[in-house]
Design a protein around this ligand. Structure first.
Ligand SMILES: Cc1cc2nc3c(=O)[nH]c(=O)nc-3n(C[C@H](O)[C@H](O)[C@H](O)COP(=O)(O)OP(=O)(O)OC[C@H]3O[C@@H](n4cnc5c(N)ncnc54)[C@H](O)[C@@H]3O)c2cc1C
Length: 316
């Protein structure tokens, strides 16, 4: 049987954006603020990024440390974090259907905050031709396989992309005992900060192939190599058993799409009482920016709960 409940604010997604929004709302006395997270633990993407790069200059944190800090902060203010709960669809303008350890539920709220994040475009969506062998990851999948599940990865890897996340993926591969054969990008230079790119090239002797794209994956059962093409027409085959597609983020906006809700980059969506925040609005946004945006969106939700009118110049 499907249970039906009412809450004041329902936040979908317990990443930096959702947790910061929930913390602000609960601290301001917004009533029952409930955060639903489909993963087994709160924290979002940083939870499985065991590398540094989170926190601030004065307080440097790894992803899991940062995730824990935000989750504890939200819980401390009185927000209710419910993990293992997936939001499936809408049953009304601000009513969501969910499934979790307690079975199916419909939950109605005065305000809904979509903080569902973004993900890297996988190989299939990048339309890379070739076979469908094992050994093909996105950066996020790699981080989870290594840091959450301790799975063996391979021996020789190619990283597609030269953004910050690409260099983080290269670090993770090395941690897992995998040799990084090369990073490659279709751009003329790395998009990561110069120091980051140089330390990989000079410190770890990982070549960066610029103006280069993957044109085919090779191998049956297991990846045996990738075929590459340089912008000037030259081609080559790089033997490897692992390839990691990094960056090229797309929003996790399925819930908004299902309801025909338009997101225009501001926390106010086209549906009154439904807000969006974090990487679902700005795919690939840094974690700290997502949590700042979450706290700010919390302010917009408080205004709505206090009876302020929905802006008409938001998403149409
Ligand atoms: C591989 C990788 C490395 C990165 N490295 C860094 C870094 O070093 N430094 C940095 O600042 N940033 C980094 N980022 C970016 C940063 O982590 C994210 O952009 C940030 O986490 C965005 O926060 P968010 O809360 O918007 O989304 P997320 O952290 O993605 O959280 C969204 C949450 O929503 C949940 N969710 C989605 N749909 C549903 C649903 N239907 N029901 C229930 N729950 C749902 C997801 O499970 C997830 O936990 C990295 C990103 C990746 C992918």
């Amino acid at each position: 049987m499907t249970a039906h409940r009412r809450v004041d604010v329902l936040v979908v997604g317990a990443g930096p954006a959702g947790l910061a929004a929930a913390a602000r709302l609960a601290a301001a006395g917004a009533g029952r603020v409930e955060v639903l997270e489909r993963d087994a633990q709160a924290g979002g993407v940083p939870r499985h990024c065991a590398h540094g790069g989170f926190g601030t200059w004065v307080r440097r944190l790894t992803g899991p440390q940062y995730a824990r800090l935000l989750a504890e902060g939200a819980a401390h203010t009185g927000a209710v974090l419910r993990t293992g709960v997936t939001v499936l669809d809408w049953a009304g303008p601000r009513t969501l259907t969910t499934v979790g350890p307690q079975g199916p539920e419909t939950i109605e709220a005065e305000a809904v905050v979509l903080a569902t994040g973004s993900r890297e475009r996988p190989r299939a969506a990048r339309l890379v031709p070739g076979t469908r062998p094992a050994g093909v990851y996105t950066g996020g999948e790699l981080q989870q396989a290594v840091h959450l599940f301790g799975q063996p990865i391979g021996t020789r890897a190619v990283v597609v992309g030269a953004q910050r996340v690409s260099y983080s993926a290269a670090d993770t591969l090395r941690t897992a005992g995998v040799a990084v054969v090369a990073l490659l990008t279709d751009q003329p230079r790395a998009q990561a900060p110069l120091l980051r790119a140089q330390s990989a090239r000079l410190g770890h002797r990982v070549p960066l192939l610029t103006d280069t794209t993957v044109t085919e994956l090779l191998g049956h059962g297991r990846l045996s190599g990738v075929r590459l093409r340089h912008r000037d027409g030259r081609t080559a085959t790089l033997p490897c058993d692992t390839v990691v597609f990094t960056g090229d983020f797309v929003p996790e906006n399925e819930l908004a799409r299902r309801a025909g809700i338009t997101l225009d980059g501001s926390p106010h969506t086209s549906r009154p009482g439904v807000f969006a925040v974090g990487a679902v609005l700005h795919p690939g946004q840094r974690a700290r920016a997502a949590s700042w945006a979450g706290a700010e969106a919390g302010g917009a939700v408080l205004e709505w709960l206090a009876g302020e009118e929905w802006p008409t110049d938001g998403a149409a």
